[in-house]
Design a protein around this ligand. Sequence first.
Ligand SMILES: [Zn+2]
Length: 685
Amino acid sequence: MKRAMVLIMLVIYMVGIIPQPVMAAENDFNYVDAFAKSILFYEANWCGPDAGNNRIKWRGPCHIHDGEDVGLDLTGGFHDCGDHVKFGLPQCTSASTLAWAYYEFEDTFIEKGQDEYMLNILKHFCDYFMKCFPDKTTFYYQVGDGDVDHQYWGPPELQTYDRPTYYVATPSNPGSDVAGSAAATLALMYINCKDRDPEYAEKCLTYAKDLYTFGMTYRGNSKGQSYYLPRDYLDELMWGSIWLYVATNDQTYMDNVEKLMVEKNISGDNMFDDNWTHCWDYVLTGVFVKLATLSSNPKYKQIAENHMDYWQNRIRTTPGGLKYLDSWGVCKYPAAESFIQLVYYKETGEQKYLDFAKSQIDYILGDNPNNMSYMVGFGDNYPKYPHHRAASGMLEGPPADEKKETPQRHILYGALVGGADINDEYHDNIDEYVYTETGLDYNAGLVGALAGMSEYCGQGQEPEATPGIEMVATKYYTEAKLYKTSSEGVTIDLNMYNIATSPPQYESDLSVKFFLDLSEYASKGIDTNKFSTKIYYSAANAQISSVKPWDKENNIYYVEISFPNDKLYAKTYVQFAIYNYEDKVWDSSNDFSTSGVTDTFKENKNISVYKNNVKVYGADPSGEEETLLGDVNSDGIIDALDLSLLKVYMLTMDGSVISVKNADINQDGFVDAIDFAGLKKLLLK
Ligand SMILES: [Zn+2]
């Protein structure tokens, strides 16, 4: 920490600028915590076979066949928003913005322990862009069909819809904008990692140059179905030129900027009003703020400063003080603009730029009429219904048939939502996605702004905890309701739950046992052939066994409901019946599994759940109740283990855990060392 501070002070001294330090006591918010969380969001949107290899354990591999339709491996990259399409321009430009943030505030990334996380995310972007550029005139830039993808609501890990490789840039179908922004990202990656990994950096630079040449040579806008319609590719080509110039110091790239400016009609006496701000299809703001210091042409400084004055003093402002550019993604624009002005503050040390950024970031983090943070998981009051399928975890459609309006399974830490409207109002409704949308583009400028805020206002601050991202054991249980009972038998409504979130996964080989006491038939002699069983309704091809003996001596019998070869997730509903039409003495009141069942759904521990015939939930009539805490694979890795339960158990039982040898549980809940030999499962009795 000290070393980084000395470096910062040295740089400030060398350029003769003295940014005003803001004392920690004056801080309204923990900017460093917000900064760390804003990066974590990208791990939630990670796509590919290695999704879930990061900090968020409720994510797992997804979309592992991307690119197969064109004979390539196009897995990787990031989901765009709360959906799962990999759109071109927002992905390319967001990546460049994040790489730029790292470039400007690298010391803060390092000092606050975020450098490895950020570089890992940037590498995932860059690896993907390089895969998508198999030769010098072919750049794949969209995987997935937005219209098809948007019909699905469920975790990415469970998505089975077709994902065509949708758009490719070629000489006859150019994509100069995506090529320009991807080239900017790769050039920045070269600068950002050339000391840590020179070989990878060189590879990135080579691809950056080739992508840039491709975009400059074959001109035209990319496509994005109806979702992303680019305005103009010239700014992205300027953006690529600038970062290749910074990376190589080759004047050709700066000359190209001037030529592109002429094409854009910004030359000679022609000025330009830059009244938008940096975002997915508009990087001119970034272009001008960089040219303000990189170029000797005073015009660019004038345009940049005029732009920042417009945002400080002339743009529409909500009653609560938010700078308002557009009705869609309201908060992302002032977030990105704050990054811009912090970059300029870094160059000039003029207080007004820092003041502007602080006012907007403070609004976003909670200094607003609603006293709420528009960053999910930050502070005490934040959006609970971001429009994001992975965080929701709900699966609409069979078998779970869940509703996305249900409270979300996960906290989407760090995600910036669209946020307040022109009246500072916010609707925390998952379907009102003007308010609750999140996205790669939303967070990109925010990460940069929060890096800057952490640098100038985050002295002594540290990231806070993010409970809920760690591994959680699959939760199995049942709930039942009495549909009908008579002297002939019983009809039961049953929900079987397997909340498998670490990561979301379909399960098979689950079954349920339902226990009966047939004593009322004993005087006639129990003949199981007289009992018929039937599934009345099931979304998951449920099958029901005949009535079988469990404990003949005591007249205890059972039926088994199984779901052969089916994909089970979260909740499986089945209606089943057991009848004996001949004897007419059925009595539900003595049945083990019917005890406590009423005409409304209630959890029922006497209807037990089995996985591969091992009981994972509930009790049976022998009185044995056990819960499977974890599953040990042949490789010795525990699949899902609820360590909090195990810890409680170990404390109450003086550390003696059945079947576990040499296990040590630290205060942080991690298991130090376990002898896995012979260990099949961990049981809590
Ligand atoms: Zn994916």
